[in-house]
Design a protein around this ligand. Structure first.
Ligand code: SAM
Length: 243
């Protein structure tokens, strides 16, 4: 059956690609790439010569029918993004769903993603965790989203661009208060930097406005259940909840 292979590619270090990923990229008829120039660097490095077709946020609807037609013609395709695993804060979801709904195969070729790369060396409790991806840009939506995690126990993973890291950390601190956090910058690259600190310290640091960041925040381990509260605290909680 014609197949769309969802292939993970490196998040920085070109060496981080699986043997099977290389085999699949060499075997398919066409490679769907988020940015053909970025992916060209990787494909050149591994001397993979395949026709590429662009598939990104702004042409994904237009490309969907073409992809399904190609599968109907019996072609095998690979989907790659600029970095890491397609579909993870990257284009992919819609085309993968369309392929499955049309009765074709979707096969995962697993590999790098900044989520797990950052999480396992964060020094914070690994499981359970929640992956948010990029927070909403609109300040009120961002606040609402962070507030919804205030009382959650699991470790939270956020992607952030270097331009907004400082502001985002301020917002997180103002809502969650002090917590342990880990900032991972430029994972797998020459200037990889891991900062394991607390939110109060992180907000007053100068953060490099270059590179890419994963923010990992410790869950709330101080949630008081109503069994822990005195009667006075109970009343205070009740008032806070707006009763
Ligand atoms: N598909 C990718 C994945 O599987 O991780 C994520 C793509 S998303 C557009 C890019 C974001 O991922 C960056 O803003 C950053 O938060 C994170 N990221 C990607 N590569 C990274 C790296 N080498 N070091 C730290 N963060 C990275």
């Amino acid at each position: 059956k014609p197949t769309l292979y969802v292939v993970a590619t490196p998040i920085g270090n070109l060496g981080d690609i699986s043997y099977r990923a290389i085999e699949v990229l060499n075997d398919v008829d066409i490679i769907l790439a988020e940015d053909t120039r970025t992916s060209g660097v990787l494909l050149n490095h591994y001397q993979i010569k395949k026709p590429m077709m662009s598939y990104h946020e702004f042409n994904k609807e237009a490309q969907e029918n073409k992809v399904i037609d190609l599968l109907h013609e019996g072609k095998n395709l690979a989907l790659i993004s600029d970095a890491g695993t397609p579909g993870i804060s990257d284009p992919g979801y819609e085309i993968i769903k369309a392929v499955i709904d049309s009765g074709f195969h979707a096969v995962s070729i697993p590999g790098p993603s900044a989520i797990l790369a950052a999480l396992v060396i964060s020094g914070l409790i690994i499981q359970p965790f929640t992956f948010i991806g990029f927070l909403p840009r609109k300040p009120s939506d961002m606040k609402k989203m962070i507030e919804s995690y205030q009382n959650r126990k699991e470790t939270v993973i956020i992607y952030e661009s270097p331009m907004r890291i400082q502001k985002t950390l301020n917002t997180i601190y103002s809502i969650l208060g002090n917590r342990n956090i880990t900032l991972s910058r430029e994972l797998t690259k020459t200037f990889e930097t891991i900062i394991r600190t607390t939110l109060d310290k992180a907000v007053s640091m100068d953060h490099n406005p270059k590179g890419e960041y994963v923010i990992i925040i410790e869950g709330n381990h101080n949630i008081q259940t109503h069994f822990d509260l005195t009667i006075e605290e109970h009343v205070q909680e009740y008032i806070k909840l707006g009763h």
